[in-house]
Ligand binder design. Structure first.
Ligand code: HDE
Length: 732
């Protein structure tokens, strides 16, 4: 290893923030600026271009320890990727609680509004390999490591509040089913294949999660625009030992937004790093992503008050029943220095808790409590992964664990056992009053049994609640997603079985998907849908139920009502060519930048363009390197020559066509109308052209540049004009 050197100059731009954890990481940072090259043992290297040979044309000598060291290290550079969530990106930041939460928890970081807790957050897709596209239709991981003064607390969540299965023992089956098929390793990062739907169609407990995974939640516009959920019911415990159940939420301050499926597939080709880049760029630019931490708290005595079991991870607590209290804010304000050292080597574990936070008997959570340490042993190569800088707590570690591969700590003294008299029992156990962790004293009086509680068998009512809570465009997207995914399934009997499952959720949905598949919905009785039954199990004991559910809708489940009052960090394209009207371009550009948007000037070629007024304007991207799917909205300024060039430029027209297809805000100067007229979608200006029409259609043409800019900002804040898809006749 190169000698770690405390860098005196910050390698980060000043905008990047420091915290207790990032300062501690400094001592591990190696910065080679102005340094000589050395071997891993500190010897200065004189020739890094040629290996040591017997004569200049001779064979290479075994003696060449410099060559051997370099190649050997290279040969061992790779570690196994995560079995799930292999592809991800991460950032540093901080968390602050708004108010003292000591009434419900003794977790110190939740009781002191003055405390700033460092965090490291990793977002991920689940199914794809490390090199797969960010835009796969998939669940997203949302894992937060809080470096608290009482040790690390990891909230290892997803961007969907429920899960596919109820018991950890089915996790390997689920993942084997969704991963590429084992004979030919296809398809990569996609659930649209036989094995996934074969499994799902026999596991009706997955219905609720399937609705989420087929919704636009599986296609986030940005990691910064996703909600996060702890999924399981956890416990909070206060100083008096009084516990309450809790569901954790992360609410993004930029709102929850998605891209269109066709767009996602295009982005996967144009920029497979789209989400990774988006997170990195936003932080580099100082537009720090923020989320509020939310909690739904249920007193212990209310455990059985719900229509569902709080221990069942396929159920959420509707916000109408238990509101989400926003208790603090997390800000991501620093990019990692090194992807491998930090993002790849960070090891999360649901079992990393602090006093005041505890588990429940959710059988999925219980299995996870085993899996996360176990997986690091193979992935990070041994039991000392907690010593890797990114995994170290900010508080000291003392215990009698010793040795193992790559041990870094030099433990002083004779004893590594307890009780010991030699070191007077150091390190000592801490009383609860001294911060020692004491497990919640849950009363358990039960038989040892492999079984599933009947309270887990309502497999459909919340799937239906989710579907019924969606807006029309969101429902259409779910129908399209299911038609696409099942359309990729080759085995007809799997498609049919899945239709029978969908019919339990919503008959109309099942009928539409059946139509797309050219099939009829088979009549499979409810009791026969669940095929996850033990050898001696009675079908009736394991039969799904499908009660109506007392709640018809839950607004929080739809993305339609999300925050739509900001265009911060949205990427806007301005299409221009030589002869552009500089005023028409700059007025809109400046207005967008003033609102926090990122604006790129896109022209037929890179370099500079000359405006009508003979001003030089720097081009950010050419029509060749940019793509409509990488932007949230597009504006075409006036200027006769520019407009004529763009009208004749197929890539510019295509850019607008795509923006229309993906329901984005489009604005042009009145002078640029002819560019719009060259598109397939624009016929003519409506007879009555009001702000209302504009805000409905998402297309604006105006000669009043200042007013145009103002309305354009409002249009972009709407994110997408999904209604445009009706009657869904936009070509692919
Ligand atoms: Fe995970 N999960 N998981 N998971 N999970 C892993 O741990 C596992 C589950 C989640 O950015 C692995 O270090 C089991 C639910 C995230 O590093 C592994 C079960 C939720 C991440 C593992 C589940 C998650 C992981 C793979 C069912 C949402 C990425 C590498 C019993 C609440 C963390 C690793 C990161 C990663 C096991 C189910 C979230 C193998 C056995 C439910 C965000 O340990």
């Amino acid at each position: 290893m190169t000698m770690a050197k405390k860098s005196s100059e910050k390698s980060k731009a000043p905008v990047q923030q420091e915290n207790d954890k990032t300062q501690k990481l400094e001592s591990f940072i190696a910065d080679s600026t102005g340094e000589f090259m050395t071997t891993n043992h500190g010897l200065k290297i004189n020739d890094d271009q040629n290996s040591l040979k017997a004569g200049d044309r001779g064979a290479t000598l075994l003696e060449d320890f410099i060559l051997r060291e370099k190649i050997t290290h290279f040969d061992h550079e790779r570690i196994p990727e995560r079995i799930v969530h292999a592809r991800g990106s991460a950032a540093h930041g901080t968390f602050k609680v708004y108010e003292d939460m000591s009434e419900v928890t003794k977790a110190a970081f939740l009781c002191d509004p003055g405390a700033e807790t460092p965090v490291f957050v990793r977002f991920s897709t689940v199914a794809g390999s490390r090199g797969s596209s960010d835009l796969a239709r998939d669940v997203r991981g949302f894992a937060v490591k809080f470096y608290t003064q009482e040790g690390n607390f990891d909230l290892v969540g997803n961007n969907m509040p429920v899960f596919f299965i109820q018991d950890a023992i089915k996790f390997p089956d689920l993942i084997h089913a969704v991963k590429p098929e084992p004979d030919n390793e296809m398809p990569q990062a996609a659930s649209a294949h036989d094995t996934f739907w074969d499994f799902i169609s026999q596991m009706p407990e997955s219905s609720h999660m399937v609705m989420w995974a087929m919704s636009d939640r599986a296609l986030p516009r940005s990691y910064r625009m996703m909600e996060g959920f702890g999924v399981h019911t956890f416990r909070l415990v206060n100083k008096l030992g009084v516990a309450s159940f809790v569901k954790f939420h992360w609410k993004p301050l930029l709102g929850v937004h998605a891209v269109a499926w066709d767009e996602a597939q295009n982005i996967s080709g144009k920029d497979p790093d789209f989400h990774r880049r988006d997170l990195w760029d936003a932080i580099e630019a100082g537009a720090f992503p923020e989320w509020e931490l939310g909690v739904q708290i249920v007193p212990e005595e209310d455990e059985f008050k719900f229509e569902f079991d709080l221990l069942d991870p396929t159920k959420l607590i509707p916000e109408e029943l238990v509101p989400v209290q926003r208790i603090g804010k997390m800000t991501l304000n620093r990019n990692p220095d090194n992807f491998f050292a930090e993002t790849e080597q960070v090891a999360f574990h649901v079992g990393h808790v602090v006093p005041g936070i505890d588990f429940t008997n959710d059988p999925l959570l219980q299995g996870r409590l085993f899996s996360y340490t176990d997986t690091q042993l193979i992935r990070l190569g041994g039991p000392n992964f907690h010593e890797i800088p990114i995994n170290r707590p900010v508080v000291p570690v003392h215990n009698n664990q010793r040795d193992g591969h790559m041990r870094q700590t030099i433990n002083r003294g004779k004893t590594s056992y307890g009780p010991n008299a030699i070191a007077v029992n150091d390190p000592q156990q801490a009383k609860a009053s001294e911060g020692g962790f004491v497990s919640y004293n849950e009363r358990i009086d039960a038989k040892k049994i492999r079984a599933r509680s009947r309270s887990f068998f309502d497999h459909f009512s919340q799937a239906r609640l989710f579907f019924n809570s969606q807006s029309e465009p969101e429902k259409n997207h779910i129908t399209d997603a299911l038609s696409f995914e099942l359309g990729k399934v080759k085995t007809v009997s799997i498609r049919e079985r899945m239709l029978a499952v969908l019919a339990q959720i919503d008959k109309g949905l099942a009928a539409e998907v059946a139509y797309a598949l050219g099939l009829h919905i088979p009549k499979i009785p409810l009791e026969e849908l669940n095929n996850s039954i033990p050898a001696d199990g009675e079908r009736t004991e394991y039969a799904s139920t499908n009660p109506e559910g007392s709640l018809a809708k839950s607004e929080a489940l739809s993305m339609a009502g999300t925050i739509k009052d900001t265009i911060k960090t949205r990427k806007i394209a301005i299409l221009a060519a030589d002869g552009v009207n500089e005023k028409s371009l700059s007025t809109v550009k400046d207005a967008l930048i003033a609102e926090g948007a990122v604006v790129h000037i896109i022209a037929p070629k890179l370099g500079q363009i000359i405006s009508e007024e003979d001003k030089l304007i720097t081009v950010d991207e050419s029509l060749l390197t940019a793509a409509s799917v990488l932007y949230d909205a597009v504006y075409v300024p006036g200027g006769g020559n520019s407009v004529a060039t763009l009208e004749a430029e197929a890539n510019a027209v295509h850019f607008l066509n795509k923006a229309f297809k993906h329901c984005k805000a489009i604005a042009t100067d009145a002078e640029a109308l002819q560019v719009l007229e060259a598109t397939y979608f624009f016929k003519k200006l409506p007879a009555e052209y009001t702000e209302e029409t504009v805000m409905r259609e998402g297309i604006l043409v105006s000669g009043k540049t200042k007013e145009l800019a103002g309305t354009f900002v409002k249009m972009i804040a709407m994110h997408r004009f999904w209604e445009r898809e009706n009657p869904r006749k936009i070509p692919a």
